[in-house]
Design a protein around this ligand. Structure first.
Ligand code: E4P
Length: 219
């Protein structure tokens, strides 16, 4: 399973990259705004800065909601770097845009997916990635991981090449759940990735090993 980090924060992206387990980055307009990035030029420069840090795919979301403008915006984003994946919302014009980008060989990430039907449509249009938001489904007492299971089944039934990018991941349990189901990718915050490191028996075991070593060495 690929690990993407879901942030526009350069320090966190560097930290995840340095850990050696990062396969890509996802951003969205809210995450860009959180970092205080606004204005076309600043946004473009920020995407370039992210691409300079990571080796894998970097999702950059279009702001337009009509077909023609999505195409113009997406083509400009795709020209920035080979790593750029054009992130397109799950709306009617978005599906048409994904089909267009797919024919042109431009990578896409269909975002804001909350149902298996939407995921089926995204795959039919040729999306490279589909992003079901599991955390936001859990927030409204719906089974986010259950949606990942449904999409996995449907994509496997027809061998769709679209990769399931489990998004809105909030914690390490979400990551493990996605791994068990067989999501191709998960995107989440750095805290969810580093939480995978933690186990109290690891901490106490290491403390004992180090204490025993020190005792044997007469320290
Ligand atoms: C997906 O790519 C989105 O950026 C993201 O995962 C949304 O997560 P949130 O629900 O934590 O905002």
């Amino acid at each position: 399973m690929k690990f993407f980090i879901d942030t526009a924060n350069l320090e966190q992206i560097k930290e995840a990259q340095d850990l050696g387990v990062l396969d890509g980055v996802t951003t969205n307009p809210s995450l860009m705004a959180k970092e205080g990035i606004s204005g076309d030029e600043n946004v473009i420069n920020h995407y370039k800065a992210i691409c300079a840090i990571v080796d894998g795919d970097v999702s950059a979301e279009v702001i337009s909601t009509n077909y023609e403008e999505m195409i113009t915006e997406g083509e400009a984003l795709a020209k920035l770097d080979d790593k750029i994946v054009v992130k397109v919302p799950m709306i009617k014009d978005g599906i048409k845009a994904i089909k267009y980008f797919s024919k042109k060989g431009i990578k896409t990430n269909c975002t804001l997916v909350f149902s298996a039907g939407q995921a089926l449509l995204a795959a039919k249009a040729g999306a490279t990635y589909v992003s079901p938001f599991i955390g936001r489904l859990d927030d409204i007492s719906t089974d986010g991981l259950g949606l990942i299971e449904e999409i996995r089944l449907i994509y496997d039934n027809y061998s769709f090449p679209t990769q399931i990018l489990a998004a809105s991941v909030r914690n390490s349990a979400h990551i493990l759940g996605c791994a068990k189901i067989g999501a191709d990718v998960m995107t989440g915050p750095l805290s969810a990735i580093t939480a995978l490191l933690k186990h109290p028996l690891t901490d106490s075991g290491l403390a004992t090993f180090l204490a025993d070593h020190a005792k044997a060495a007469g320290k």
